[in-house]
Design a protein around this ligand. Sequence first.
Ligand SMILES: C[S@@+](CC[C@H](N)C(=O)[O-])C[C@H]1O[C@@H](n2cnc3c(N)ncnc32)[C@H](O)[C@@H]1O
Length: 265
Amino acid sequence: MATGSTPPSLPKRILRKGFRPLYPLYYRYLWGRTFPGHGALRRWVRAWEDLSTRGDAPQSAEAWDQQYRQGEWDLLQDTAEIPRYERLVELWRRHAGAGSLLDIGAGDAVLRPYLPTAARYLGVDLSAAAVERGQSRLQPGDRLLAADAERWQPDEALDAIVLNECVYYFEDPIETVERFRGELAAEGVLIVSMFETPRSQAIRRRLLEVLPALEQTVVPADRGGSWWMGVFAARGASSGEVSRIEAVDRGAAGGTATATVSASR
Ligand SMILES: C[S@@+](CC[C@H](N)C(=O)[O-])C[C@H]1O[C@@H](n2cnc3c(N)ncnc32)[C@H](O)[C@@H]1O
């Protein structure tokens, strides 16, 4: 999302255009892998992402604040977004359904009204502007805090942790998701939703390699593309369960149809 007003210099424009065709290849084949020079390449790609002001890469708290103040994220309240929130809540109901819910990257708490009043809701977001706006959506006893999720940690074990359209904004998405999984109560679940992009698909592939998934689903978006959602257990699943899920993942990633698979714990 564009945040600056100064036009980029010619070398920057050439760099921006030149790397564009290689960008999906980097996320398809190289991201998350270790090879000579991988750290330098990763930093270079991140610099390119900053130049390109892509919508699926990390941004500063100030950039988020500006976008919320300008109303750029009011789009999350559009009717086109409803199927995403509804599916996510359906997953939560099926796998947790009660108790405490931690909403990471909560924005202005658009998710909150989709949840039962009785849910114990705690939201965290990098943007103080979003957090300020979100207070009006809270129920008594709820909390919405401004903090960097990559550094913040909860002070209690959670029944559910939701990472709803925020994981691709983390510098270290896999480490952060794994760390939050460790903050779950013994029977807790972690639910990730990500709009499909080359970067988010690379994150999804890696997540499925390292974490036992209970269920995946793909929700088509009206504007084109789709949201992928995965439910992860606090405790391990057998390798048989994980491989069944990966087989469906390959099918779901190639098409736009809704696909869901479950594995019992
Ligand atoms: C696309 S919005 C999604 C908001 C909300 N989850 C929803 O779906 O309604 C992404 C949110 O992630 C937040 N975010 C980005 N990086 C973050 C970080 N490091 N820690 C916490 N929140 C972050 C942004 O401030 C923004 O509110």
